[in-house]
Structures are given as C-alpha cells and as structure tokens.
Design a protein around this ligand. Structure first.
Ligand code: ARG
Length: 282
C-alpha cells in the first residue's frame, strides 16, 4: 500500500559545540574523540534531507557550554501548538530547558507549560493517533506522565524501560504513522508488563531485532511515508518497504558517540500550521 507523507515542522540545533566530556548514558565515552567537522556535516545532511522532502526546519542557537544541545528532541514536547517544556534529569543538561522555552516564546507560542516533574521531551514522549506513549525508568519521572496527560488531554500510556542502552523511549520505539497507531519497537528494551501493553495496543507493530536496535534503528523519524533512520540498521529497511514506507538511511555515526541519532536530533513541532505557515518558519 502506498503511503502519504504530510509536511512537518522540525526544530533542530546544529552540533557546533558537540563533544563528549561527560557520560550520562552507556554510549558516551569521553575517552573517544569526536570529529566535529564530520558531526556537523552529518547533521547538515539530515537537515537538508528534511528540507528536500518538503519539511520546515527551524533552528535553535547552539550554546557552547551545552554540548548535548544537538539532541533537540529532549527540549520540549509540542502537540496542537501546546508546548510542554522539559526538565532534565542530569545537571549537565538542565539549562537546555530554558533555551527551548525562550525559543518558543520568541516564536509566537503562547500555550507553554513549565513542568514540575522531570521529563526529557520527545526523548520519552511519543505521539500516536490515540495515545501519548511515555517512557520511564532512566530519565523522565513517572510523575511527568500525569502532568503531560493533564496538559495535553491525551491518554498517557506509561512504559517501563529496563535496558540502560535504551534509556529514552525514542531509542526503542518509533511512531511510523501518527495518523494511525502504527509503530515499530524493540521489545527487549521494555519490562515484561510493558511488552504486553505494547502487544495489546499495537498488535501489527513492526518488531525490531536486537542488532538493528543496537544501531539505533528505532531512533527514526517518519513523515508518514519516508522513514529517516540510521544507515546501519539494515534489517529494518525491507520490513519498512513491505509496509509501503520508504526508508532513508542517514549516517550520524559521530552523534551516536553522544548516544543519539536521527530522532534525538529532531523535535517535531506539531502546530497544525503546516509546513510553511505565513509569517512563520524558516
Ligand atoms: N547525550 C544525550 C543524553 O544522554 C543524548 C540524548 C539523546 N536524545 C534522545 N532523544 N534520545 O541525554
């Protein structure tokens, strides 16, 4: 079956100051050097790919003292133009939350909620047609789930992450079609109970194998037709094609040294304003 892409708005932050100087997830090894020009080139490739697919990419100003800012997905969650700010679990990233809030205020967003509880934005929140899926276990507090449900008025499904390599929900699950409830995920990242919940809600999900999950293959972004995902997650390409999606392999190997890939670099602005609203957008 052929798929329809819908134009999206994304918020991204260039990795101008990206480095790995601390370790807050198992992928980060400060002893491993980062090739900054390569990281920038890989990130620009992703940004340009979105634009060539007809999407709007907005940019956040990188800050020198915030090396993880490139992982813009963590800075907020936006649904119907309503912005739930982030509150980071680790001190090293705390200041990113305000940088995002400032951007939203400067760009015409008025319905903004500053959270009381720790949540790392779209790192742990994923939007499907019916639900707001919400990860917990490593970063976002379970209390943030109720806070998000109240703010967005969408039923939150809490999911327990149990493998430290998959510390954010977006490292283990990707929404393929947000007009329906179609997802792909790696069951091994979740507790037995959460696996049962996922099987119940998404009986037709694309189930990823361990080796593709380990290549960050679930850290993908779909516009309903194109699925941008790490090039190395080779096992996912054919199953995606069989479902009518067009996999687009991206090389973000330098950013993987920070524990992130395609989705981590991409915050979706669900504004309902379309790709190029008048007076807005880049
Ligand atoms: N180094 C960052 C951290 O550990 C990576 C964040 C990745 N982002 C994501 N959406 N999974 O916080």
């Amino acid at each position: 079956m052929p798929r329809d892409a819908t134009p999206r708005r994304y918020l991204m932050c260039p990795p101008a100051h990206f480095k790995v100087t601390y370790s807050i997830n198992p992928w980060m090894d400060p002893a491993k050097p980062v090739d900054l020009p390569l990281a920038l080139a890989q990130w620009e490739d992703l940004r340009d790919r979105y634009r060539s697919l007809g999407h709007t990419v907005e940019l956040l100003e990188p800050q020198e003292e915030l090396p993880d800012m490139v992982f813009a997905a963590n800075g907020a969650t936006v649904i119907d133009g309503r912005v739930l700010g982030a509150r980071f679990a680790h001190e090293e990233r705390t200041a990113e939350a305000d940088a995002h809030l400032d951007w939203f205020r400067a760009n015409g967003f008025t319905e903004i909620h500053e959270p009381a509880h720790i949540n790392e934005g779209e790192g742990d929140f994923a939007v499907t047609a019916s639900y707001l899926l919400a990860g917990r276990g490593f970063r976002s507090s379970p209390l943030s789930h109720a806070e998000a449900q109240e703010f967005f008025g969408r039923p939150v499904i809490g999911l327990d992450l149990v493998d430290p390599r998959y510390y954010h929900l977006d490292t283990a699950l990707c929404v393929l079609d947000d007009a329906a409830d179609e997802v792909m995920y790696y069951p091994g990242a979740f507790s037995p109970g959460s696996r049962s919940v996922l099987a119940r809600l998404f009986p037709d999900a694309l189930i990823a194998q361990e080796q593709d999950a380990a290549e960050f293959g679930l850290n993908a972004v779909s516009d309903g037709s194109h699925v941008l995902l790490p090039l190395a997650a080779v096992g996912l390409f054919e199953p995606l094609r069989e479902r009518g999606f067009e996999p687009v392999g991206m090389d973000l190997s330098e950013l993987l040294k920070g524990g992130g890939s395609v989705k981590c670099c991409t915050q979706e602005l669900r504004t309902g304003w379309g790709a190029a609203p008048e007076g807005r957008g880049a």
